[in-house]
Design a protein. Structure first.
Length: 599
């Protein structure tokens, strides 16, 4: 997406933005107090759910510390759905992380976007909203020994969380989703695509023509993910629904909630021992590395919701981690836990691009300032049109065949037979993260995403300076299963685009997609693949008696009193979903656990 065209248009309409949130602090000196019942580190997807739920009790005092320096309420690209991809990477709204050179990707390094504003990644992501396979949560329940994490328990939170609303264009959505799977009175608006795209009918026709390999899915939001269907997005009334614009906006004016932005947590402070284990009830933070730190205290708990990179970084800076990693950095180890920052898992994104005929793709629209300005005016007037939609309308989750040769030597790593191995995302334009966009031509991109990876990576400290970025090594495509699956997914994507439904539109593979041999496809993949922006696992949840893991099933940090983790870092493996949906359900259940245990 040409950022120069889009951002110049954003500047022109900046005066149209709504005012920022009230009761939002920007300096530590503005805080009404320095002691609270709960301190939440991170006003992201999960953190804002907790801020809302915990302050429903007017006697509970909560402080939220957010490192970002901006509210999403005055950033147009965080409101207009189609503009979401312009928010990252390389902007003030992004943490601007990069990965270490990836052995499985020819030694390449690239950006790994994470939201750095109110709402976190829910304010900058691509808004796809699902909850994963029911098998994901059932597997978590088995791994942790806690039946409360099973799907039949966790799904009860969907109605509390979600409010399904009509698509922006008001079309009849019968057959595009299953109403019984969704909430109607929750907090977060969710909708189906609100602007038709030229390829929509071809996609659905392909699910009929090639139904055995690419079946139609009536709804991917009810625990059954397999098949290709209509994307459900965190969009309501033509505007992005983030945790900030919903959960936080709903709670921000409560007198028992304080939210401070521009507050980067530098460490948790040990305040004593309880039952012979270290107790942490203080948080140190600073506006920048040239400002003296401020310390705030939590009477009940500190809750880390800093994400799969921020949470392990803060734990390690606090002396909670692998002693072998901390000692060389002159960080005193308070709790030796080698699992902190390990087990990093992410979906792998592989763009398969095709040359297409005519001008029905969105490439021309993205290049033409006149067309874009007209669309922006339409959105501003009616909250409809192309910009009221996300960038894709259809996607699907799929499995390798039962007789795939890889299963002769590798056990199936998916959560179960109803879970997927890979995802197909259909975009009607040139979409290649980190790659140069051609100045001419029309394209379609079929993204093959690895959904059940077996590769695992790490997040470790680069230094003891909390303002230094951590070392992020996803270890992409370093196992036989992962490279096999992404290779087969590339082949399957080409079969999808070869269906009769695409006759007269798809012309030819673009670039390295013309590869046919396994070796050439592997080389193509290792040169093009990158992150799907769905990191999890770096503070993994395990059974109480497990020798590994970072948190217990109640999300309390092992070997520590006073600290919980509530974000995607606790998932033991990456779910069959774009991860904001599972994270919302996690946070809703976590709020219940916290409230019930701290009465």
């Amino acid at each position: 997406m040409p950022a120069s065209t889009l951002f110049s248009s954003l500047i022109l309409v900046s005066a149209l933005l709504s005012p920022s949130l009230a009761a939002l602090y920007t300096k530590p000196s503005q805080l009404p107090q320095l002691t609270y019942d709960y301190i939440i580190v991170g006003a992201g997807t999960a953190g804002n759910v907790l801020a809302n739920r915990l302050t429903e009790n007017p006697k509970t005092q909560v402080l939220v510390l957010e490192a970002g320096v901006r509210s999403d309420h005055n950033v147009l690209a965080a409101i207009v759905p189609f503009l979401g991809p312009t928010l990252t990477p390389g902007t003030q709204y992004d943490w601007n992380y990069t990965v270490t050179p990836q052995t499985g990707l020819n030694g390449r390094t690239f950006a790994f976007p994470r939201g750095r504003m109110l709402g976190g990644c829910s304010s900058v992501n691509y808004m796809v909203h699902q909850y994963g396979s029911s098998a994901d949560f059932d597997k978590i329940a088995r791994l942790t020994g806690e039946p409360g994490w099973a799907w039949n328990s966790v799904k009860q939170n969907i109605c509390k969380h979600e409010k399904i609303v009509p698509p922006a264009d008001g079309h009849n959505a019968i057959g595009e989703y299953i109403p019984a799977n969704h909430g109607t009175n929750g907090i977060l608006p969710v909708s189906l695509p609100g602007a038709s795209q030229a390829i929509d009918a071809r996609v659905i026709a392909t699910t009929q023509e090639l139904a055995s390999e690419f079946p139609y899915s009536k709804d991917q939001g009810g625990g059954d993910v397999l098949g290709i269907g209509w994307v459900q997005s965190s969009i309501g009334g033509g505007k992005r629904s983030s945790s900030s614009s919903t959960y936080l906006a709903d709670a921000i004016k409560r007198p028992n909630l304080s939210v401070l932005i521009n507050a980067q947590v530098t460490k948790l402070v040990k305040t004593g021992t309880v039952g012979g284990i270290p107790s942490f009830h203080a948080v140190q933070f600073s506006c920048d590395q040239n400002t003296n730190p401020t310390v705030v205290h939590a009477n009940k708990e500190i809750i880390l919701s800093a994400g799969a990179f921020g949470t392990p970084q803060i734990l390690q800076l606090s002396g909670i981690g692998d002693k072998a990693d901390l000692t060389p950095l002159n960080i005193k180890t308070i709790v030796h836990n080698p699992s902190v920052g390990k087990n990093l898992s992410d979906h792998v994104l592989m763009p398969n691009i095709f040359n297409v005929a005519g001008t029905a793709s969105l490439d021309g629209f993205m290049r033409d300032p006149t067309l874009f300005s007209a669309a922006l005016n339409q959105w501003n007037t009616t909250k409809t049109g192309t910009l009221a939609n996300g960038i894709v309308s259809n996607l699907g989750f799929l499995r390798l065949p039962k007789n795939a040769s890889i299963f002769a030597t590798v056990p199936d790593p998916s959560s179960g037979p109803t879970a997927s191995h890979w995802e197909l995302i259909i975009a009607n334009f040139f979409l290649c993260p980190g790659g140069a966009t051609p100045s001419t031509g029309s394209f379609m991109t079929l993204i093959s995403a690895l959904i059940s990876p077996t590769s695992r990576g790490t997040v470790t400290l680069a230094s003891s300076n909390p303002f230094s970025k951590p070392l992020i090594n996803p270890n992409f495509l370093t196992t036989p299963f992962d490279i096999y699956t992404i290779r087969e997914a590339v082949k399957a994507s080409k079969r999808f685009a070869s269906a009769h439904a695409w006759a007269g539109y798809v012309l030819s593979p673009y670039g390295g997609l013309s590869a046919t041999s396994d070796a050439d496809i592997d080389a193509y993949v290792r040169e093009q693949a990158s992150t799907m922006f769905h990191p999890v696992g770096t503070a993994s949840m395990t059974a109480r008696d497990a020798v590994s893991g970072v948190v217990d099933p109640d999300l309390k940090v092992k070997g520590v009193e006073g600290v919980r983790v509530v974000d995607a870092s606790v998932f033991p493996f990456v779910p069959n979903a774009h991860t904001q949906g599972p994270t919302y359900l996690l946070a809703e259940r976590a709020a219940q656990l916290i409230i019930s245990s701290c009465r």
